[in-house]
Design a protein around this ligand. Structure first.
Ligand SMILES: [Zn+2]
Length: 240
């Protein structure tokens, strides 16, 4: 595992009304921390769990009908991709504490997945699973080897979290019960509820709030109706 004492600047523009990291918004800085033996072990265990993830029957079909296309067919494919792309996985102190994880890609440094250092001492079994979901999500962003993003790309990557989470819920019954910290309530436990709610209003509003500033789709991720609906919701709100 490569350890690079770098401060990444994850976006370059400033304004007051957009989410941190958005073009035109406050940049998100990430100061990489040297992982200790516990953190290295957590990442290794997370990858071991991720490698066994298979989507539940019907979940993949449900996602595709909804308008989200997971970039990997299972967890093993993502772990292989991590190995082949020689990606580093590190913890970092983010200027925005609400960021769970992010991916830094450039042609010189290659791919680095950064996990919020607020989680560096989270090493219970459920934490390991949650971190594996975050890694899975970022692998989805990295797979296209570009720095472009879109609502559709986010939906596709969020579907990875959700599909892995539902696999873990079935494999380890009750594992996420009573887990209410930010990592769960605003992350890994939130999106499965939103994606699988009969009404998609809360899902659309949440994605519009977090990612509505992005273009609806891009060349590699053409926008589905869901992404277009989310963009319309964003544009109809007052914060643009
Ligand atoms: Zn994302």
């Amino acid at each position: 595992m490569k350890i690079k004492p770098i401060i990444f600047k994850l976006s370059y523009f400033k304004s007051k009304t957009l989410p941190d990291g958005a073009p035109g918004a406050n940049p998100v800085y990430a100061a990489v921390e040297k992982p200790d033996i516990t953190q290295i072990s957590t990442i290794k265990k997370a990858l071991d769990e991720l490698e066994k993830v298979e989507y539940l029957e019907n979940d993949l079909l449900y996602m595709k009908i909804l308008g989200a296309n997971p970039p990997f067919k299972n967890g093993k494919e993502a772990v292989r991709w991590l190995e082949e792309s020689k990606a580093s996985i590190l913890y970092a102190d983010f200027s925005n504490p609400n960021v769970h994880a992010c991916l830094n890609y450039n042609s010189k440094e290659g791919i680095t997945i950064l996990i919020n250092s607020n989680y560096k001492n989270n090493c219970s079994h459920s934490d390991i699973l949650a971190i594996s979901e975050a890694i899975f999500h970022e692998c989805g962003h990295g797979k296209d080897m570009d720095s472009e993003n879109s609502i559709q790309e986010e939906l596709n990557c969020l579907s990875l979290n959700v599909l892995a989470h539902r696999f873990y819920q079935k494999k380890y019954k009750g594992i996420f019960e009573n887990k209410n910290s930010f990592l769960y309530s605003q992350g890994v436990s939130l999106y499965p509820k939103l994606f699988f709610d009969f009404y998609k209003t809360a899902l659309k509003n949440r994605v519009a709030d977090k990612y509505g500033y992005l273009q609806s789709g891009d060349n590699k991720h053409p926008a589905t109706t869901l992404a277009k609906d989310i963009k319309r919701i964003y544009e109809s709100t007052t914060y643009i």
